[in-house]
Design a protein around this ligand. Structure first.
Ligand SMILES: C[S@@+](CC[C@H](N)C(=O)[O-])C[C@H]1O[C@@H](n2cnc3c(N)ncnc32)[C@H](O)[C@@H]1O
Length: 296
């Protein structure tokens, strides 16, 4: 995660706005393969069955990817779903949107056409009326950046519009590093607290976002399924693991400046182990599929 050399306050501010390090193009590109391996294939199968049952002959399935970033979700999912698809790629960041639009696949699983257009907007202002005709809303690695009210509003809009939602790769606050060090627990707790920080008057959900989404959709009558979707980073993902470690430790120190005294040596040991192929990181995520009432 780039940006760790900035001062603490500056770095914290930059995490919360468009262009933030957690949304930087290089970071999203680095994590794309790990994301693809981690997302739940079972939930895609269920989404696929739902979309097939709801499809109308000759009418492309309309899918909106919220917080699409540089388009990782569309690149992963479009070719796993059959039939003609029309994607609307939504993000507030125009630089990422341009990449997303340029990188979409043109063919579905069965060779049917896939088209895409971009839509620059703030997903938190989405209303049910804007989802008219949408069969599936997707969002990947986005929910944990939102507040309770924003996740609740998203669930309300989807349920009211009668569309399914596939919400992948939401962090759950579970990190296991092998070999273990006692400091892992301290950094993990500080990182989780940082994810739940209050910024610009917004209290972010961080690892509480998955349960909040499940509750918000269930309360409104949707049929909700969840599956774990952890990253498992070993020697074959050393570059990603190293960049993740830098960002993870950096954010923990923003939250708890007293950890800074340990950070350089701790990071150095972890990076050395990573370079030697001796470090394994399991980083917990959850995928959520919410289907309209009566559809499952
Ligand atoms: C961590 S990135 C994930 C990007 C992409 N979904 C992926 O999996 O690679 C989060 C994305 O959500 C977008 N985002 C965050 N808050 C948003 C908001 N309120 N409205 C629109 N986009 C938002 C960011 O610009 C960024 O592209």
């Amino acid at each position: 995660m780039p940006g760790r050399s900035a001062g603490t306050a500056e770095w914290d501010a930059r995490l919360s706005v468009p262009g933030s390090p957690v949304c930087a193009p290089d970071w999203l590109a680095l994590r794309e393969a790990a994301d693809a391996s981690a997302r739940s294939p079972e939930l895609v199968e269920e989404a696929r069955a739902h979309l097939a049952a709801a499809a109308r002959p000759g009418v492309p399935t309309l899918i909106r990817d919220l917080g699409c970033g540089s388009g990782s979700m569309g690149r992963w999912l479009a070719g796993r779903l059959p039939g003609p698809q029309r994607w609307i790629l939504c993000d507030r960041d125009p630089v990422l949107l341009a990449r997303a639009g340029a990188g979409m696949p043109s063919l579905a699983a069965d060779g049917a056409p896939v088209t895409a257009r971009t839509w620059q907007d703030d997903l938190t202002s989405l209303r049910a009326e804007e989802l008219a005709g949408t069969s599936l809303v997707t969002a990947s690695a986005v929910l944990d950046l939102l507040t309770f009210e924003e996740v609740d509003g998203l669930a309300a809009a989807c349920v009211q519009a009668g569309c399914a939602a596939l919400l992948t790769l939401t962090v759950i606050g579970r990190v296991e590093i092998d070999p273990h060090e006692p400091l892992d627990v301290e950094f993990a707790a500080a990182f989780d607290a940082h994810q739940r920080r209050c910024t610009g008057g917004r209290r972010l959900l961080g690892p509480d976002a998955g349960p909040a989404a499940v509750e918000a959709f269930t309360r409104r009558g949707a049929a909700v399924r969840t599956r774990p979707s952890p990253w498992r980073l070993g020697a074959d993902q050393a570059e990603l693991a190293q960049e993740w470690l830098r960002g993870w430790i950096g954010a923990a120190c923003v939250q708890r400046p007293d950890l800074e005294q340990h950070a350089a040596a701790y990071l150095g040991r972890r990076l050395d182990a990573c370079s030697a192929g001796e470090l394994q990181v399991a980083l917990g995520h959850v995928d959520v599929l919410a289907l309209p009432a009566g559809a499952s």
